[in-house]
Design a protein around this ligand. Sequence first.
Ligand code: BES
Ligand code: MG
Ligand code: ZN
Length: 495
Amino acid sequence: MKFKILNSSLIELNTDSICIPYYKNNNKNTDLNSVNNLIDNLIDELDAKKQISSDLGAITNIYTMNKLKSKQLILIGMGEEKELNYEKIRKASGSLGRFLNNMKNDSASIIISGDGNNILEFNKTVNAISQGLILGTYKYDKFKTNKKPNTLERIDLINTQDDTSYGTSYNFEEIINESDSINLVRNLINEPPNYMNPSGLENVAKDIVENSELELTVLNVKEMKDLGMEVILGVGQGSKNDPKMIIINYNGDKENKANNIAIIGKGITFDSGGLNLKPGMSMRTMKQDMSGSAIVLGVMKAIAHQKPKKNVMGILAIAENMPGGNAQRPGDVVRAMNGKTVEIGNTDAEGRLVLSDALSYAVDKGINNIIDIATLTGAISIALGNEYTGLFGNDQEFIDKFLISSKSTGEKFWQLPVDKNYSKLYKNSIADIENIGGREAGSITGAMIIGEFAGNASWIHLDIASTITSPKDVGYNPKGPTGVSVRTILNLIKN
Ligand code: BES
Ligand code: MG
Ligand code: ZN
């Protein structure tokens, strides 16, 4: 998609369609009035019959019958104008993008100036529209023989106001790169597990690092053994595809080494459950269990482009969790890089295991702030459904910073408790801890077991198990992987 900003009057526009925001209880804005006149007051007529919806993302498609150069006039519902925000613009733009492709449009003009009744900034509005369009029209058709590629190529963003302070140009490069990074995350999650295995993830990491300032370190089985990472090795030992730890470093503040953060992703390229084998229906979607690692790769790709003044260490904790003659057993005891011992109560609670060595590594390297991202527990969907991502942590100041960052991205996180009274649930008679805490508070004990390896660092854990996929097309998330948390993590790192 190519974006452009134009100052133009509506009658001149010659794209396949003209798209105009339609607010609740306000069909009297200047742009709407002038098109209404051009099409013989058809908008008034439809409005009188309540045939136009102002619900967010709702679309009313009107054929212009040669009254305008554009064949279609599209009214896009935006809700109450006073309540408009960038997240709503992003969502509506996502729905609009899919509609335009379904209509086989190659080009569209989107009107961005209303009556100025809202206080939104031009640049951020343009950002939200373009990002919503790129994210909302995402498709994964790599393995389809008959591909139906998107038609939409050209987007003209129209500023109908003469007021030049409202903006006439915009550099789209950064928002395109960020949106492409999120679509990369979605691609990696969609990739079949026979392609996106541990080596598959390693190849993507190499691609991202190439021709950038990023530095790559790959720890294979031997290096991990030497570092004492028995826990991740235990998870991977049942698979023919060896586990790996991949570290990607970006040194954006070389003078100030302590200005650092580690972003650590669970990278289980397939979670069969191991010897505690999952039933078929639960196993069906487990190629997605590397989503945390995919997010880390997306964040690092965007960081290489945005170059924030911060030292960022991305870590992918990668293994394939398989049953087999050499698989880990319930009852096995393994020792993490930081010295703590873990008895395996259930081989299906493997995410916290691979992450334990990754957090130990980050702490050992002097990292002060850690965010881990994991499709950790089925229980999080019982707690929060697929609206909010579960958030846990050990430092309220760090958590508050993260939550503030999420306010401007529109991604939703909900903090759940980390309280040492829960730790009795995973105490163990043989080793320091066990890797499961029983049925109660499953997402909390899962999080707290990871937290056991955070040392003195400020730590946040994101349980994305139920928000990483969208069950249907909603706003800028087409059905399938969402890439949730990339934008908030980037925003936190930048500010
Ligand atoms: N990868 C799963 C969690 C998961 C479940 C992600 C559903 C996405 C959708 C994780 O490794 C797992 O199996 N967790 C167990 C933990 C239990 C054994 C303590 C679970 O949630 O059942
Ligand atoms: Mg599991
Ligand atoms: Zn898992």
